[in-house]
Design a protein around this ligand. Structure first.
Ligand SMILES: NC(=O)c1ccc[n+]([C@@H]2O[C@H](COP(=O)([O-])OP(=O)(O)OC[C@H]3O[C@@H](n4cnc5c(N)ncnc54)[C@H](O)[C@@H]3O)[C@@H](O)[C@H]2O)c1
Length: 288
């Protein structure tokens, strides 16, 4: 695995400490090359690679490397308990897997929020959770209605820095981002904090780089919320996920909406970014 220039100074300046390295995750995170290649060398493979159980397809196992452990990190570290109502912002691969994890941890009701029909349809059909279209309804009001006025016990944000919102806030966030007055658009985090029940937990799985504006810190303090976030903890959750995949408790094939050769990488990434043709995830098959 080739290492390019590592620049831990970037994260030291942004976050007070360097958090270490990840494969294929920028100079700031170790400068390690990623795995979009026909062959890769895996250092310390006894630590960083996992055997796929017999009978688990590639299309299923692939998602045990990222979306599923990220979803598990959110639901487990937010301490979802049996009987909880859990709201998940974002119906991409990560949000869908967070919803599935919450259901398997015993949540009584799980509601996933997005605006894309095809993604919300996947949530209902393949995950078994309820959905809300944030362009159709007032999300915090609906969540209060569902929970008898309290708000969800756990709110998981799986949207990240490129969040969208239909209101004027979107323009404000775009402008302040372009003017470098904030680095990220925390739209869904704000909504999750305000929607969460008193004493509940808000967990950010979406990736954020630095500083945000209009952050409802008063709600965090006065509502006694627990606010957490994390990079996914693959080593901790992948064995359990593969085991559940082998028992058909976790299905991911539907996420692979576009399968293409590795040479089509730029096209696949563009389709994913623009959500072209209903793309949820582009999957590359070397040699295909
Ligand atoms: N923490 C980690 O270790 C980790 C790992 C993988 C991915 N991620 C991050 O998780 C986030 C989600 O990943 P993904 O692959 O599912 O992305 P994705 O782009 O496929 O899905 C994000 C979804 O959020 C929806 N969305 C946008 N604005 C919204 C809003 N205001 N309210 C509700 N939904 C909204 C979009 O319509 C989209 O469907 C990204 O930020 C990604 O970088 C984090």
């Amino acid at each position: 695995m080739r290492q390019r220039r590592s620049r831990p100074g970037i994260t030291e300046a942004l976050w007070g400490q360097s958090i270490g390295g990840c494969y294929g995750y920028s100079y700031a995170m170790g400068g390690w090359a990623g795995s979009h290649a026909p062959y890769i060398r895996v250092p310390y493979a006894d630590q960083g690679a996992f055997a796929i159980p017999d009978g688990v397809s590639d299309e299923r196992a692939l998602f045990a490397s990222d979306s599923a452990p990220t979803g598990w990190t959110g639901a487990h570290q937010a301490e979802v308990r049996p009987g909880d109502v859990v709201a998940v912002w974002g119906a991409g691969g990560v949000g869908q897997m967070a919803a599935r994890a919450a259901m398997l941890m015993g949540a009584e009701r799980v509601v996933v929020i997005d605006r894309y029909d095809n993604r919300l349809d996947q949530v209902r059909r393949h995950i078994g959770a309820d959905t809300l279209d944030y362009e159709e309804v007032d999300v915090p009001a609906e969540l209060r209605e569902i929970t008898g006025g309290r708000g969800p016990d756990v709110c998981i944000e799986a949207v990240g820095t490129e969040a969208h919102t239909p209101g004027p806030q979107y323009l404000y966030d775009q402008v302040t981002q372009q003017m470098r007055l904030q680095t990220d658009r925390p739209t869904a985090v704000r909504e999750a904090i305000c929607a969460c029940r008193k004493g509940g937990t808000v967990f950010t799985l979406g990736v954020f780089a630095g500083l945000v504006d209009e952050f409802p810190l008063g709600a965090v303090m006065n509502k006694a919320l627990t606010l957490r976030g994390a990079q996914q903890h693959g080593r901790r959750y992948i064995p359990e996920i593969l085991d559940r995949m082998s028992r058909d408790e976790v299905e991911t094939e539907h996420l692979a909406t576009h399968v293409m050769p590795l040479d089509d990488g730029p096209r696949g990434y563009r389709m994913f970014e623009e959500k072209e043709d209903g793309c949820v995830r582009a999957v590359f098959r070397p040699g295909a």
